[in-house]
Ligand binder design. Sequence first.
Ligand SMILES: Nc1ncnc2c1ncn2[C@@H]1O[C@H](COP(=O)(O)OP(=O)(O)OP(=O)(O)O)[C@@H](O)[C@H]1O
Ligand SMILES: [Zn+2]
Ligand SMILES: [Zn+2]
Length: 814
Amino acid sequence: MYAKVIVDVPAKQTDRPFDYIVPEPLRDWVAVGSRVGVPFGPRVLQGFVVELQESSDLSAAKLKPIEQVLDLYPPLTPELVELGRWLSETYLCPYIIALQAMVPGALKSKYERHVKLSGDPSYDDGLFRLPVYDEIIAFVQSKGSVELNALLEKYRSSGAAVKDMLSSGTLVEFQFIKGSAPAKTALTVFPPEQPLQYVEQIPARSPKQRDVLHYFADHPGPVKLSELVAQLKISASTVKGLAEKGIVAIKEVEIFRDPYAGRHFQKTSPLSLTDEQQAVFGEIKESVADQRHAVFLLQGVTGSGKTEVYLQAIQQCLDMQREAIVLVPEISLTPQMVERFKGRFGDEVAVMHSRLSQGERYDEWRKIMLKQAKVAIGARSAIFAPFSNIGLIIIDEEHETSYKQEESPKYHARDAAIARARKHRAAVVLGSATPSLESVYRTTEEGGYFRLLSMKSRVENRPLPKVNIVDMRDQLKAGNRSMFSRPLYKAIEERLHKKEQIVLLLNRRGYSTFVMCRTCGYVASCPHCDISLTYHQQAHSVRCHYCGYAEREPVVCPSCQSEHIRHFGTGTQRVEEELSKLFPGIRVIRMDMDTTTEKGSHEKWLNMFKNRQADVLLGTQMVAKGLDFPYVTLVGALAADSVLNLPDFRSAERTFQLLTQVAGRAGRHELPGEVFVQTYTPEHYSVISASHHDYAAFMREEMAMRRTGGYPPYCRLILVTFSHEQLQLLVRTAETFVSRLKESGRDVPGMDVLGPVASPLARIKDRYRFQCMIKYRGGADAARLVRQTADSLQDTVSKHKLQISVDVDPQLLM
Ligand SMILES: Nc1ncnc2c1ncn2[C@@H]1O[C@H](COP(=O)(O)OP(=O)(O)OP(=O)(O)O)[C@@H](O)[C@H]1O
Ligand SMILES: [Zn+2]
Ligand SMILES: [Zn+2]
């Protein structure tokens, strides 16, 4: 038997399957999707089996055997192996990168450098050696092989000897693939069927052993040894004594690290649906019941009860013995959200997100693999949950940009979901109050086969909050230089008085705090990137958000030596300071990148707010999504235009989405809500239609703009970014690329190559950046040409370490 293996070398030359012999003893272990160790040149590399064959086109004499199989069960299903191919072709990345993206981090290849003895250690070359040489030889021999770092650690003062032995060939180095992430096990006690039957056999001087038997009489079934010991206040040797007598058995059993262990989830039952919910649910249910592939775009206003529809649709799917995946944006994957799913489906839910430790993530993934979980809920990468019988995939807040991965493979989870659902004949539900234009377009005859479902009112006909637009230019004219307009100020005062709660949104991007000299206008900027440094209060430092460069906040201007240099702008920290000044005693919770890095902090803040230990929840986009707190009656968007001014054709869409989402946090329960949107561009249609909750009006206007401008969804885009330290070489390569692509794309209808131009972020980490944009309609022709053209520049690229990055359907144009 032969296997085709994709090896772990993400380069153009190796981006194809290589044939290997499957040796007899490994036959039962190797399957499509197995992770294997294979010899490749002088090394042993990790790879994935993508095909098995009875014969090979190459002669067996030329082929090498697979050396090891790394996991008990293949980490990828054949369907995922196939999806990997689709990802690599669609998003133009090496196949291995796509395959690795689908397995948990704990399984990503880790190579260790090991050493072993080259030959017979007793061989004496007659040369004088320090005694430590013999010690090292004896040590390595006793172990067979040793990790190089461990050896150097042990013989710390004899590093030179080790090096010497490596160069003389006494020791040889080889690479060793670290095997599968260790599953965690626990000693577990298995009781006999009739525990009390054995009580007589226990001598009276061992009353504790009798206690154990009585315990099992009341609690039949296996129990963790540690738990039993703690419960009965006995020692482990008591239980071992019983095991030696053959009364109980102690075995090592695999356990899952449960990130939600010890947490009780209130069991919930299905709510009776509103008419609108019922209508929507009916359609989804039918498609799930018929095992028919369909994509539904569910547009439901904030608070219309989309989540309840998801829950009932999942129930339907589980009833049919099929599995479900729920994607939510990372920042909405709050404990509140998890609770709603765990509350309904209990232990059948596996949760996958980046705040879990690698071990926890791995165990959640294994629960799916071993069919102990039927529902996977997680951020983007949960779309690769290794289920084999998917009935339903839900993508909540489908418009979110975080569904597009920024690193290779630059996939969009929405399209990966559709690709998977097709194979499984599953239904896809894309839910949002503000669906993306791309998805809406695909509900039209011209654009695709999505079906539009909508829910226009909130549950129990609660009114949507009243939204007031505040023109900040008027505020300035009236002499108010504060970041709070008069109306918002009054509204906050009133809520504090009534002990109601407030959510304040400040979008960080474009509004972070920078350091400027008032005398000469100097702005502290990163020496490696073309971007200003951001002020951080805690360390009194300034930092670059792209490369991590940091320095102390300057006290004199480096340019003119003036002392009038200080931090400016309205970061969340400044808003917090100003709030405390204006409203002494106000209790503020600030949620941004700085306050939520610690594990569990996100949850802690939200719990405090939920328990009304704070008046204000202040934050970045994090506070705009998914939160459902009954006492929030006021929402303020402090700088609504911060997104609008970004150089991106989606800026109006993003503004509309953000304002709608944050406004949706107010008045979701009995108390009515009110919203203030502070802006310098109150006449903009995205601001006006958000204030009227008028999605249709926004959509009409925005679609027309895109059609005229020739932007998605009326065409598709590929963004190609070039980067290098030398500007000239960079520009020359980018120009060659563009002219070659134009030449080869002459006959592709509707293809347009723009650029090259300097990227909006013109330099990162000392590398200049140029980009070109390809607009096209329809099929994969354009993508194929882009790949070919990039490949034709391969020589320049590898010779000068130039980088070409290709982004199909880009979400960020920086
Ligand atoms: N059929 C129902 N009967 C009673 N209450 C319901 C019903 N459906 C949902 N709710 C409640 O209404 C509130 C809003 O529902 P939910 O959070 O699901 O809305 P949503 O559409 O997901 O909102 P958003 O998009 O703003 O997150 C929740 O508190 C939910 O428990
Ligand atoms: Zn200065
Ligand atoms: Zn930098």
